[in-house]
Write a protein that binds this ligand. Structure first.
Ligand code: AKG
Ligand code: FE2
Length: 364
């Protein structure tokens, strides 16, 4: 195993890890990462104006005196933004600190150690840089580590169970805390959307849960690359932890890319495509991307909450009536998930593909 991030493979270098690549002296970013002009992460003048991302306070949601006000705020935020900073979320701060340092330690392990978890051919889970699905897709400037964590029987034996024990323990505890938090939040969203009792729970209870850690090394030419290609998440909700306090997440709001400056102890929650579909378009999934910088590495950890693999996803039955016909097709979760991963990340194009077109039957 080479100690650097690249191995020669015929005449083309096979890049194993951007983290390792970025350690090598480099005057210019290698070609596979260089974006075309129209994809460059340049900020249009208007996009640099600071905007305040809405904050939702979990304490206010749960206290009887403030619950109505905060629920209305949650509802309007999910409609207009599809993303918010969640404060007073109740996740034990010593656990979060422990997890942060365990993740940072993971990225200090030698490449050989990290490569034990490498993405295997044909698999979307595991560690490595972004897969090229189509020839024209550029490589993102970051290493990802994606794995399904629930249901337990879908866990790959060489991934979570084989993590360094202290990281695995912290992650397991965090996963179960976040599962509870996500279910509570989704309960409030279901109430705000006026879904029938139990409808949301039936969809997401013991659902598919997955995690993606991403390591974005510093980049000598950050304006020529993308850390993570623009996309919306194929989830019900995603809860994002910014592991080492370095910003880089941006959202597309009203047509412009805007930075998300994380509040120190907040978790960022975003509405995913499945929730947009379940809410029949009342809530919007937010298009987002990650940019990189030349000074510091950035680490993030996204947790994805989804329906069970056996569920059928589509607009909530209790929302649909002749005045409010379904806007999205229904599809089995397993198929939806497979189809999502067989396409390249491309903004909200996958959700577009799920929309019922004019003249199409509801069950098309
Ligand atoms: O790194 C980030 O801030 C964003 C991560 C993300 O969007 C994802 O993993 O889906
Ligand atoms: Fe995302």
């Amino acid at each position: 195993m080479a100690s650097t991030g690249s191995l020669s493979f015929g005449s083309a270098p096979l890049i194993l890890s951007v983290q390792e690549l970025a350690k090598e002296p480099m005057a210019a970013v290698p070609q596979p990462f260089l974006l075309n002009d129209q994809e460059l992460p340049v900020d249009l003048p208007k996009s640099t104006s600071v905007i305040t991302i809405p904050t939702i306070d979990m304490k206010h949601l749960t206290m009887s005196e403030t619950t109505d006000f905060e629920l209305e705020k949650l509802h309007s935020t999910c409609k207009e933004w599809g993303l918010f900073q969640l404060v007073n979320h109740g996740v034990d701060s010593s656990l979060v600190d422990k997890l942060r340092s365990e993740i940072e330690e993971f990225y200090k392990l030698p490449l050989e150690e990290r490569m034990k978890y490498k993405m295997r051919p044909g698999d979307v889970e595991g560690y490595g840089l972004s897969l090229i699905i189509s020839g024209d897709q550029k490589l993102d400037w970051g290493d990802r580590f994606y794995m399904i964590t629930n249901p337990i029987h879908r866990r790959k034996p060489h991934l979570l169970p084989e993590l360094p024990p202290s990281l695995r323990d912290a992650l397991e505890r965090y996963l179960s805390e976040l599962q509870k938090l996500a279910m509570t939040l989704l309960g409030f969203m279901a109430k705000a959307l006026k879904l029938d009792d139990g409808e949301m729970e039936g969809l997401v209870d013991d659902g598919m849960q997955a995690v993606r850690m991403t390591y974005y090394p510093p980049c000598p030419q950050p304006d020529l690359v993308m850390g993570l290609t623009p996309h919306s998440d194929a989830t019900v909700i995603t809860i994002l932890l910014q592991v080492n306090g370095v910003d880089g997440l941006q959202i597309k709001k009203d047509g412009f890319w805007r930075p998300v400056n994380f509040l120190p102890d907040a978790l960022v929650v975003n509405v995913g495509d499945i929730l947009e579909m379940v809410s029949n378009g009342v809530y919007t999934s937010i298009e987002h991307r990650a940019i990189v910088n030349s000074a510091r590495e950035r680490i993030s950890m996204a947790m994805f909450f989804n329906p069970k693999f056996s569920a059928e996803i589509g607009p909530a039955v209790s929302l649909i009536n002749p005045q409010n016909p379904p806007l999205y097709r229904r599809v089995g979760m397993e198929k939806y998930f497979k189809d999502f991963f067989s396409r390249k990340l491309d903004g909200k194009s996958f959700l577009e593909h799920m929309k019922i077109k004019n003249g199409e039957g509801n069950n098309a």
